[in-house]
Design a protein around this ligand. Sequence first.
Ligand code: WTA
Length: 648
Amino acid sequence: MNETIDRLLFEDRIFPPDPAFTAQAHIKDDSIYQEASLDRLGFWAKWAGQLEWMEPWTEVLEWKAPFAKWFVDGKLNACVNCVDRHVRNGLHNKAAIIWEGEPGDRRTLTYWDMQREVCKFANVLKDLGVQKGDRVVFYMPMIPELAIGVLACARIGAPHSVVFGGFSATSLKDRINDQQAKVVVTADGGWRRGGIVPLKQTTDEALKDCPSITACVVFQRIGGSHSITMKEGRDLWWHDLMAKADAWCEPEKMDSEDLLFILYTSGTTGKPKGIMHTTGGYLLGAYMTSLLVFDLKPEDVFWCTADIGWVTGHSYFVYGPMSNGATQVMYEGAPDTPSRDRFWKLCEDHGVTVFYTAPTAIRAFMKWGPQHPESRNLSRLRLLGSVGEPINPEAWMWYHTHIGNGRCPIVDTWWQTETGSIMITPLPGVTTLKPGSATVPFPGIEAEILTEKGKVVTSGGGYLCIKSPWPFMLRGIYGDPERYEQTYWSKWKGMYFPGDGATRDDDGYFWILGRVDDVINVAGHRIGTMEVESALVDHPLVAEAAVVGIPHEIKGTAIAAFVIIKEAGAPGPDLEKTLKQHVVDQIGAIARPEKIIFSSDLPKTRSGKIMRRLLRDIAEGKTLGDTTSLADPAVVESLKVKYEGEEG
Ligand code: WTA
């Protein structure tokens, strides 16, 4: 850790805001930070007043740590805020979504189109028996219908739960069952690198064991000769249902604290957690951070490249930009299909002005070379964003130079599924940027770096901590209040522990170092080491497994698995392939181990805990640290010899 800290803090390139940018920005000076810290609740309330409420709140915050209620008794509807009020306020014919499918098909939906489609699908759900409070799962490609479906749920008060289309049938099944969802919405497939992602087939596999599901709605994305089976009495075509649906649906009056969605994310145990977000506070966060961090203006064309299956797509495709009435680009496929300039062609064709992506994508673009963005006209871009993992200064500089042409500020935004919206970030008209630093907490957010015991760290590394509740914080883990308290609020009393390590420099800037728990961030996606270990030991030939993260040029971190096989098995390339595929089948392609190292033993402490630090050192080829607490130090040496042998 110290090496990383030294390298980061050595970074002395700085980028003050361009006065021309500041002059046009929503936030032009830093008075907003003082305003927020002088009266935090008043500050949030002022901004919440910009949303459309059906009934006012009586109290801004009721805090019984760690359980918060924001905008108590306030009533609103998130869908009305994202759609209806723009239709009413003269933006009815403004493009809400400019969509491109991977094969090149295009569709544009105005806010008025969105209202009609959302209302129709809301009526479809109601006809299927979905009532306020019933959960609806989406397992879809990146097509407008996913946003339509999600907003339809918000309209009728049915919490949505989007499962990323890259997850396996087992992952989908577990998520459906954990929340006892009533309806699942999918598509016959989606396009990815010219191939078809068989979403319906995977859904069928999952639904073999999902007794709570009463209906499965299928959107026809692929059609043609791509045949799927429709199960009588359960499966229904989206287009059949929509053809009969009425184009108006009265929005439900929702309490500020009514559940808006559940989104599953990986933690330190084998089972992903259902993170719960409620209506008022979450919507405020998405609305306000979109407006201020991305400096959104009516004429902007915003493109957040994240899939709606992740929280970034929830907050910076569905709720944030849409509550601001923005025009957005949505793209279904891969960045290198049909060629490596696809993203830049999309930016050129649709005149993207604000672009938000992940460091892992930026590193891939770097590797592919600057000729791809250079071949396209990116002159409309005015602001760039980064999210999902620490951005290394080299990638930051490349992004700044080759995508932003040296003109565009970069907002490096730190946040999590649990935090709901951006927490640590520059404000582009105000903050002097340093490549690799997410800079400072958003106004109203109180962050600190603490030691294990809760002492404030002034220099060097420590644990990132959020000291007080904020409106867009998670409200819990679905069905598990104890785990909520234990995971996030027990390290230091009444304070939130995000699971990240960080450091601060002399200017008070935060440098996020990454996860300090058993979560690995692979290409910006969270995977629990235990999740992958459980998937491995699920294979009949595996006796024991230990998973660690290792540095990777593009992904940032990749998965390395140490595996002990049962006597019946023979280690070798075949088994390695089989086990990698087994993990993919169990979790999804994002969890595919980069390396499998067969071993006859694993280094354990005398109390029997696997020493992951040592495994990481072995996998990274580092000199081994202290091994004195090991039950059998010889294990390490033999592992190291074995691994290095395989490497060579
Ligand atoms: C990491 C994604 C450094 C961090 C929005 C966090 C980051 C986890 C950054 C959350 C950033 C996210 N700099 N690290 N700008 N943004 N992270 O829940 O480790 O998928 O805890 O939310 O990603 O991942 P999640």
